[in-house]
Every structure is written in structure tokens, then in C-alpha cells.
Design a protein. Structure first.
Length: 336
């Protein structure tokens, strides 16, 4: 159900709309494939993957939605070749080679001409909204992808004359600081165990651990980086790296022998995997052939992650309480 996850907090006091009204708003923003000259399209599709069914599914009080995007990009080499041919033709006919604004306009015309022949790339982002817990979990491994999905959902709520006051869940301790501490002390917080993968980066001159909080991408090329894969991290070498000023930007963790994942400095959960004890429970319960296992998958994912996320937040020092707001607080979608 979720291979990656970015967690948002919905501000206290939020009252969710009815499922029927949200369904109507999503239907007005349903996914439509790109037109002949459109480079991109985004919209809602059925979470179950069946046409003409609900665009928002409620399973045990958990709402599941699905945003689909289509992007079409013309290869740069094709654009350059076509542009050069057109520039040469104009130069031969007029004795002058177009430059500046005219050259840019010609390039844009070529892109539009070639778009109908460009291949489409599709992507799907799942969203889990838990109205009772005030959580919004986006199945994305990058901030840009998650922000686009949350932005689209906020627009659907605005279409209803409502708000979705969602912002990234923030913890008292930066994930990089906490992960470094766990490695230095060779001990994970209660309920968690450290697996065999991590990434350590040297903090820049005068840079504190807190400065690495966020994307974990700041000046990556300027800092010494050490990576361990399929290797025990309970060794003096790892402790020495931390004591010498390196901070953990990625760490593989397992929660209660039930869920494994890779935590990064931005608190993005990647490579989420339900372990055997969870999957055995699913097999014993049996799936209803009529729903292709959708309800069971949702119940497992929301049940396990719904218990794990609060414990992870506690391990990071607890949550920085969100303010009660009346306007959306999520970050704006990244351009492009």
C-alpha cells in the first residue's frame, strides 16, 4: 500500500466534510489524459483501480485517495536538432540567424510540434487521511511529489468552501540528531531496532546538527560521506564517525519486528516493508476475492503505520504541537 511515506499533521479543531461532498469535489478534478499539446496533467482516480467506482474510499474510518499524473517530455536532443535545422533554414532564406527572443519562440514552437509524439510517463500517489487521528500520510518519497498531492487535495477542499489545515509533522528533535545519537550510544529507542544500513555526512564548518534538518541535501558534494550497507552498525568505527562530527542522514530501522523502513533527515520513510509476522496474519484472515485484497491491504497499512508513527514521533522527542489554523498550512507545490 505504501512503499514511502511523508507525514502531515492536520491542525486541531478541523471538521472533515462528508464523504459524499468530497467525492463530488474530486470528481470535478478527475484525471484527464494530456491533450495533444499538453506536457502535463494531474487528477484523481479510483483508489481500487476500478473505473466508475469511488474516488475516496473509507475503510475502517480511514480515507484513501489516489492522485495520478501524466508527464510528457520531448527529448532535448530532438529539440536541439529540430531547432538547428530551422535556424539554418531561416539564415539561408534571410541571411540572418534568429537570436534572443525569436530563437526562444522558435524553440517553444518546436516543443509544441513534437509533444504529440512524445511518450507519456504516469505516476500514482496514494494518500491516507485519518480524520480521527488528525494525520495525513502521503505515499511519496520526495517533498515535491508529496506537496503536489497535498496541494491538489487542498484545492478539492477549497472547491467545497472548506479548508484542510495540513502541515508537515514536526518533532522536537531533528531526525539526523536522533539517528546520530542512537548510533553513538549503540542503542535504538524502545520498540525499535537498528538494521544494517546508514549514511553519515560530515557537518560543514560551523554547522550544527540542527542545520541538517530538512531535506538533507545541503552541500552534499562538499561534505565527506560514509555509507554502510548490509553491515553491522554496532561497531567502534561508526561511533568514531559520529564523534568526529558526522551526522546520520539515513538509517534503516525495524519497528517491533513488524515494519522495516529507511528513515532520512527530512523524516521521510522509505522502503517501507511489512514483515512476515504481519503478512502471516493477513494470510490467516483470508482476503475477500471480490475486493482484490484492497480492504485488507488498507487495514494492515493503516493499522501498522497508525501505531508505528506515534512511537517514532515519541522517539524523536515528541511532536511540536501544530497551531489551530483556519487556512491551509501545507507547503506550496514545487514548480514544474
Amino acid at each position: 500500500m505504501f512503499k514511502s511515506a511523508i507525514v502531515y499533521r492536520i491542525a486541531p479543531g478541523w471538521e472533515p466534510p462528508s464523504l459524499a461532498s468530497l467525492e463530488g469535489a474530486l470528481d470535478r478534478a478527475r484525471f484527464v489524459p494530456c491533450g495533444p499539446t499538453e506536457p502535463r496533467s494531474a487528477g484523481w482516480i479510483e483508489p481500487r483501480g476500478r473505473e466508475h467506482e469511488a474516488l475516496v474510499e473509507s475503510v475502517g474510518g480511514h480515507w484513501i485517495l489516489c492522485l495520478r499524473t501524466e508527464t510528457r517530455a520531448v527529448p532535448g536532443a530532438a529539440v536541439r536538432d529540430a531547432l538547428e535545422a530551422r535556424l539554418q533554414k531561416i539564415e539561408q532564406e534571410t541571411g540572418s540567424r534568429p537570436r534572443g527572443k525569436l530563437r526562444k519562440e522558435l524553440k517553444e514552437e518546436i516543443v509544441v510540434d513534437l509533444l504529440p509524439r512524445a511518450f507519456s510517463k504516469f505516476a500514482t500517489t496514494r494518500i491516507w487521511l485519518d480524520p480521527k487521528a488528525g494525520l495525513l500520510v502521503v505515499g511519496a518519497g520526495s517533498a515535491a511529489k508529496a506537496d503536489e498531492a497535498v496541494g491538489a487535495l487542498i484545492e478539492a477542499f477549497r472547491d467545497l468552501g472548506a479548508v484542510l489545515p495540513a502541515g508537515l509533522l514536526k518533532t522536537q528533535m531533528a531526525p539526523s540528531t536522533a539517528m546520530s545519537l542512537w548510533l553513538a550510544e549503540r542503542e535504538a529507542p524502545p520498540g525499535f531496532s537498528i538494521d544494517q544500513e546508514c549514511e553519515l555526512k560530515q557537518a560543514g564548518a560551523g554547522e550544527s546538527d540542527a542545520a541538517l534538518e530538512g531535506t538533507g541535501q545541503a552541500r552534499a558534494g562538499d561534505r565527506a560521506t560514509v555509507r554502510y550497507a548490509r553491515h553491522s552498525l554496532d561497531i567502534d568505527e561508526v561511533v568514531a564517525h559520529v564523534r568526529q562530527g558526522k551526522v546520520a542522514t539515513k538509517l534503516a530501522i525495524t519497528w517491533r519486528d513488524r515494519v522495516s523502513f529507511l528513515l532520512d533527515a527530512s523524516m521521510t520513510l522509505k522502503r517501507i516493508e511489512m514483515l512476515d509476522v504481519v503478512l502471516e496474519g493477513k494470510a490467516e484472515s483470508g482476503d475477500d476475492p471480490a475486493d482484490d485484497g484492497f480492504d485488507a491491504d488498507v487495514a494492515i497499512a493503516t493499522g501498522e503505520l497508525g501505531r508505528m508513527i506515534p512511537e517514532l514521533v515519541e522517539a524523536l522527542g515528541g511532536e511540536i504541537a501544530p497551531e489551530s489554523v483556519s487556512e491551509p498550512a501545507a507547503r506550496a507545490p514545487a514548480p514544474g
